[in-house]
Design a protein around this ligand. Structure first.
Ligand SMILES: Cc1cc2nc3c(=O)[nH]c(=O)nc-3n(C[C@H](O)[C@H](O)[C@H](O)COP(=O)(O)O)c2cc1C
Length: 196
């Protein structure tokens, strides 16, 4: 199982990157079979989406699109900018193909300067992944600046919640794998409601 971590911060010392990395570590500690790959957007030189066919991008943009498309499950985080995800984060999800996340498990997290925008995960992030027909783990983890210390996530409560998010994302991915490996559901022909 390929578990991909995505951080939507372009900051060099990113709290979002730390939180996503920590969640991936929780996943591999409990599920050693999980192959993880962390994609901090700060390390890739992504094109701006200009509406062309995603197949035609090259370089870092091609690399990132291919890694995400091949992923089975995702831990995805962004810093909160102006009450929602960062512009870099949105650009990434404008670049990837419509079906890249379809039927796949996604665990969401956000970091903010304060707790003012913790509901952004529900009201801003989740609709984006609804667009992609992904299965989002209920809840999500929101960490503020005070939860970090010495370049680490230091808050025990947030750490436990991140661990739970990582575990639930991997478990949901396993369950979805079983669902999607099964036979195709029967096609039910609907009768026309129009009077003949
Ligand atoms: C342009 C900008 C806008 C921000 N807007 C918000 C905001 O609306 N709400 C909030 O809680 N924090 C806001 N912040 C603070 C960041 O969300 C916070 O510091 C975050 O943890 C940074 O993540 P990073 O270290 O991964 O880059 C903003 C920061 C910047 C630079």
């Amino acid at each position: 199982m390929k578990l991909i971590g995505i951080s939507g911060s372009l900051g060099k010392y990113s709290k979002t990157g730390i939180a996503v990395k920590t969640a991936l570590e929780f996943a591999t500690a409990s599920f050693p079979g999980a192959e993880t790959n962390l994609l901090p957007l700060s390390e890739f030189d992504l094109d701006f989406c200009d509406g062309r066919n995603p197949d035609t991008y090259e370089g870092d943009t091609r690399t990132v699109i291919d890694i995400i498309t091949a992923g089975d499950a995702f831990i995805i985080g962004s810093p909160i900018y102006r009450g929602t995800y960062s512009g870099a984060f949105k650009n990434l999800f404008d670049l990837i193909p419509n079906d890249a996340l379809k039927g796949k498990a996604v665990g969401l997290l956000a970091t903010g300067g304060s707790d003012h925008h913790y509901l952004a995960i529900e009201h801003q992030f989740k609709p984006l992944f609804g667009y992609f027909n992904a299965y989002v783990v209920p809840g999500g983890v929101y960490a503020n600046n005070t939860h970090f210390s010495d370049g680490k996530l230091a808050d025990e409560n947030i750490l436990r919640r991140l661990e739970k998010l990582a575990h639930e994302t991997v478990r949901l991915s396993g369950l979805l794998g079983q669902v999607y490996k099964g036979p195709a559901p029967p096609v039910i022909k609907r009768e026309s409601l129009k009077a003949s």
